[in-house]
Design a protein around this ligand. Structure first.
Ligand code: NAP
Length: 227
């Protein structure tokens, strides 16, 4: 653990001059997709995993440029930017274990989904949005709800014309930074206002998945910036 912390601290110091250190919490499809994308933009990626030394996590590290892995709290401590890519229903517990994230940008990609039955019926699993829950857990961090309305394959290989994602958050500068990173990945964005609006973006996924699984027909979600 000490070795991983030292490596993470050295990475942070070395990277300070030219890029951000991005902690990606969760190493599933979204973690893999955004970790790979942020690494491709020249940032140092630290995967925050429950099992940083496992074969699966180390395989992901090996295929991600300039990446390492640590526990979620160690990764978050060493990072400038924290990407949340955990199952929605554990996200509150996970973020409360990440230590002091004051001043950092938190990109919250999670959706609070509960799947029941086969074919599944999807329900919205929290009283308030996960975006708001994360912001309340870290009042001095800058939470931006982002990327949660597109699939992980689109994150890796966005179509043309570029998909447009909504960004919800209380800090304009943080949203601008996330918009810039998204654009570098081939994804456009619209600023939909404060973190209060995270719920609307999260709930759209409930509607979309239910229609895809059991509704009259599947669809994707598209946003368009008015001139
Ligand atoms: N799949 C998509 O296309 C998509 C698109 C937009 C948004 N989202 C949202 O993004 C989030 C991640 O989705 P995903 O598809 O990447 O999920 P996933 O494949 O299930 O991966 C989630 C990762 O979170 C970690 N994790 C799992 N259970 C955990 C627990 N109980 N406590 C702490 N960490 C746990 C695991 O990484 P470690 O084992 O390394 O800890 C796991 O690989 C979800 O909230 C989802 O709704 C998904």
């Amino acid at each position: 653990m000490l070795r991983r912390t030292l490596i993470a601290a050295l990475l942070l110091a070395a990277n300070a001059a030219w890029g951000d250190t991005v902690a990606v919490i969760g190493t599933g499809n979204v973690g893999m997709a955004l970790g790979t994308e942020f690494a491709g933009l020249g940032h140092d990626v630290i995967y925050g995993s429950r099992t940083p030394d496992s074969e699966k996590t180390q395989a992901l590290v090996a295929t991600t440029k300039d990446a390492s892995a640590a526990s979620p709290a160690e990764a978050a401590a060493a990072a400038d930017v924290v990407v949340l890519a955990t199952p929605g229903m554990v996200t509150e517990r996970v973020v409360k274990g990440l230590g002091d994230l004051a001043g950092k940008i938190i990109i919250d990609v999670t959706n609070p989904l509960i799947f029941e039955g086969n074919p599944p019926v999807v329900t919205y699993g929290t009283e308030r949005s996960l975006g708001e829950i994360v912001q309340e857990a870290h009042p001095d961090a800058h939470v931006v709800k982002a990327f949660n309305t597109i699939g992980w394959r689109v994150m890796i290989d966005p179509p043309t014309p570029a998909p447009v994602i909504p960004l919800a958050g209380n800090d304009a500068e943080a949203k601008q930074k996330v918009a810039g990173w998204a654009r570098e990945m081939g994804i456009e964005s619209v600023d939909v206002g404060g973190i209060y609006h995270a719920r609307a973006t999260e709930y759209l996924i409930v509607m979309m998945l239910n229609n895809n699984f059991t509704g009259p027909g599947g669809f994707t979600l598209e946003f368009r910036q008015l001139d």
